[in-house]
Design a protein around this ligand. Sequence first.
Ligand SMILES: [Zn+2]
Length: 184
Amino acid sequence: MISEMDFRYCPRCSGRFQKKKENLLLCGKCHFHLYVNPRVTNGIILENENEEILLVKRKYPPKRDYWDIPGGFLDFKETIEESMSREMKEELGLQFHAFKYFHSYYGTYTFQGLRYHTLCIMFIGKIKHVTRLEPTDDVSEVRFFKWNRVPFSRLAFVEVRKGIKDYLLSFHQAVRSERAKNQR
Ligand SMILES: [Zn+2]
């Protein structure tokens, strides 16, 4: 597995890259600077009135058949709000704009042997249980999980695990009590 920092050749002159800093490659021949930054993604934790959290099952690699929250990478010239609305439409067939910012999380995403650094901008929202949901696009299944039945070991990404845990700690008194008990 490689990361973008392992790229060896300059895209401008094909000269050799040197690693100058943690996130900077410098061409030894033409002095082209290539900065490597995190890729921005969005994700949303949706909860219904029965205290159930909506998860989607990934249809394609990486992490096929693992559970995830709705979301994805941003397209060019797209704001975070626009990308969130697009993902909701694509993955759930929903027109949904009532999301609120929650938190951001670092992570990595490995695709075809290349590991990207990511920054997930995570949102939260309320959704009605009766809402008819159609798994589409890159999702094979949509399901609500009771807050204490979230399949943490089958979640696709570390930042999604962390986000849902933080969310439950923030909004579910029972989770807070449980944690306080264990820390005693
Ligand atoms: Zn060069």
